[in-house]
Design a protein around this ligand. Sequence first.
Ligand SMILES: NC(=O)c1ccc[n+]([C@@H]2O[C@H](COP(=O)([O-])OP(=O)(O)OC[C@H]3O[C@@H](n4cnc5c(N)ncnc54)[C@H](O)[C@@H]3O)[C@@H](O)[C@H]2O)c1
Length: 268
Amino acid sequence: MTKRARKPGPVAVVTGAGRGIGRGIVIELAREGFDVAGIDIVFEPRNTKKGLFEVKNTVEALGRRFLPLGGDVADIGAHELMLDAVEGEFGRLDVLVNNAGVAPAKRRDILGTTAESWDRLMSVNARGAFFLTQKAARRMIGRREAGNGAPPCIVFITSISAVVSSTARAEYCVSKAALSMAATLFAHALAPLGIGVYEIRPGIIATDMTAGVKGKYDRLIAHGLVPQGRWGQPEDVGRAVAALAKGAFAFSTGAVIEVSGGMNIRRL
Ligand SMILES: NC(=O)c1ccc[n+]([C@@H]2O[C@H](COP(=O)([O-])OP(=O)(O)OC[C@H]3O[C@@H](n4cnc5c(N)ncnc54)[C@H](O)[C@@H]3O)[C@@H](O)[C@H]2O)c1
């Protein structure tokens, strides 16, 4: 008996998809019926225990398709090729999730922030996401004009650091504040064209990025930093992205959603 062909789903592109929050986003999108292309700077086809090829196996076990793509979002000259690969594989592009991001290699007080670390973070976290969005949006607009498919959407994974000061990683906060404004600008520009743009601000999420400061945040959480009293998990962010991608917030473009266990609540 031949295997029944799966119905093609809407297609999402997720950057930084090989681990952590990006991986969580991919899996929740797959659970909701999306086929996904995952871009990551780490591309190891022989490693199926972690990274893009583990994610591929997990997505396929959920009955969806996954295209692993090696690439650096800061390499803006490669963006069109990345998007060509997605459209070549799936024939469409419905959702872009700008998740790839980096933290400073070393935390330094603001009086010691280096230009090198500043440039690295701005280049990946803000510049890369801005220009990838610009190129994806042009393609989405073309598809809208041709009358193809459901309304597309774009999600930016910023951080509470877009608005919360951490003086030991100023360049990270500035890069996320810049990304937050990019989300607002694209939301404004793309609203009349039928493309929803959203910002998700994660709080403290358990991933490799935060593994090195786990002890510090364990203590702060135990002392009440997070009203909901726990670490966030990648799937907390993934479920929020999936709701946006499925159109649950279709009349809310430009919305900022915190996934931080209530850290947005000003407390006395
Ligand atoms: N973990 C948190 O507490 C937290 C909180 C708020 C916001 N965020 C943001 O969420 C996003 C994901 O964070 P995470 O905790 O999963 O980080 P992570 O370091 O665990 O994973 C990031 C992934 O992105 C990939 N990546 C890094 N630079 C890239 C590049 N230039 N091009 C393509 N891929 C690249 C990495 O290889 C990795 O797979 C980041 O933008 C981060 O700033 C994280």
